[in-house]
Write a protein that binds this ligand. Structure first.
Ligand code: NDP
Length: 338
């Protein structure tokens, strides 16, 4: 019997993950079909209940359900618990396990970005959504000592910091208001700069002005195309990398969880490139928008730049359900013990 794996999101039209995973199943000789399920939040509990059946190998969970799915599963892995977000489900009989493979994907991207240099200890993250949560946990595990999170809606960054208060108790994790002068001052003190906002996904815009990016930063954009932010960073003299490695490796980790087999990375990478060339759209149904080659982060050299991923969120999505006030004027919060 053909096993089923589903991507549950809203919307999920034209997901690139479908192409990536179907190619992987086919190459590995696994009789499985990857399906896209567009389910509104009210339909999520029913969809999760369905996935408990024997015919399912598991599922991916994407915008806007990554945090909402947490109370619907029976067990969370360390990464899912730590981030408060789930992007992959596996079955243990009728029980469901929630995983967060975005963390593993980010860790591959970070290692590649840092290369042979000593792992830095200070990072600035722009954005506080589901992707940012995986980034923060990856940085904590990599031994970072100071991580500053800027978000348009400060309360969301504050909620993120609060969520990590225990795992970041030994370090300084701060939420700061989205003001260019404060961002500039923090960027001047950092070595690693990550764009975890969706700015640049569908429009040629950068989250920050080009002239506040100093040279010699290690810069990662979770978006996997050659965004304005990455172009500005390169022009400033930074080492810049897009989100393709993260996308590929979160998918590879999910594949292994479902099948127990090593993921065919080359096949998955080529499938992503082909899907993009065919003009497929992101998991959110948004146009891939930005054409052009990757700045960095090439896994196999086969894929060109692609845009969005199984677990990404659309602009303005507030999957954490933290409210919608701008939070301006609030003092920075910190998870630091000291
Ligand atoms: P969410 O919807 O959860 O978060 C979106 C983030 O972008 C929030 O911080 C939001 O701020 C911010 N944002 C959106 N529009 C604006 C704006 N106009 N001005 C300022 N801030 C804005 O999405 P995710 O965290 O899941 O994804 C974020 C990005 O990361 C996406 O582009 C996604 O494609 C990418 N991603 C890539 C992955 C990969 O494997 N390469 C993995 C995960 C994500 P606010 O809270 O104030 O609305």
């Amino acid at each position: 019997m053909t096993k089923r794996v589903v991507l549950i999101g809203h919307p999920v039209a034209h997901s690139l993950s479908g192409a990536m995973h179907q190619a992987a199943f086919d190459a590995a000789g696994i009789d499985a079909a990857y399906e896209l399920w567009d389910r509104a939040p009210i339909e999520l509990p029913g969809a999760i209940a369905e996935v408990r059946d024997d015919e399912f190998l598991g599922a991916n969970v994407t915008i806007p359900h990554k945090e909402r799915v947490v109370p619907l599963v029976d067990r969370l892995t360390e990464e899912a618990q730590a981030t408060g977000a789930v992007n992959t489900l596996t079955r243990e009989g009728r029980r469901l396990v929630g995983h967060n493979t975005d963390v593993a994907g980010f860790e591959v991207a970070l290692d590649r970005l840092v290369g042979r240099q000593k792992m830095p200890r200070h990072a600035v993250i722009l954005g506080a959504g589901g992707g940012a949560r995986a980034v923060v946990f990856g940085l904590i595990r990599a031994g970072f000592q100071r991580v500053v999170v800027f978000n348009r809606h400060l309360h969301r960054a504050e909620a993120l910091v609060k969520h990590f208060s225990r795992s970041a108790a030994h370090m300084e994790l701060r939420a700061m208001p989205w003001h260019p002068s404060i961002i500039e001052s923090e960027i001047d003190k950092t070595k690693v700069l990550v764009n975890a906002t969706s700015i640049g996904l569908t429009q040629d815009e950068s989250p920050i002005p080009a002239d506040i990016i100093p040279a010699d930063l290690l810069v990662l954009d979770l978006i996997y195309s050659r965004t304005r932010f990455l172009r500005d960073a390169e022009a400033a003299g930074c080492t810049a990398m897009d989100g393709e490695a993260m996308l590929l490796h979160q998918g590879a980790a999910a594949f292994t969880l479902w099948t127990g087999q090593e993921a065919p990375l080359e096949v998955m990478s080529e499938a992503l490139a082909a899907a993009r060339a065919d003009g497929l759209r992101s998991a959110e149904g948004e146009p891939t928008g930005l054409e052009g080659s990757r700045v960095g982060g090439t896994e196999t050299g086969a894929a060109e730049a692609v845009s969005a991923e199984a677990g990404d969120g659309g602009p303005g999505a507030d999957a954490a359900g933290d409210g919608d006030d701008a939070g301006s004027g609030s003092p920075a919060v910190t998870a630091s013990a000291g």
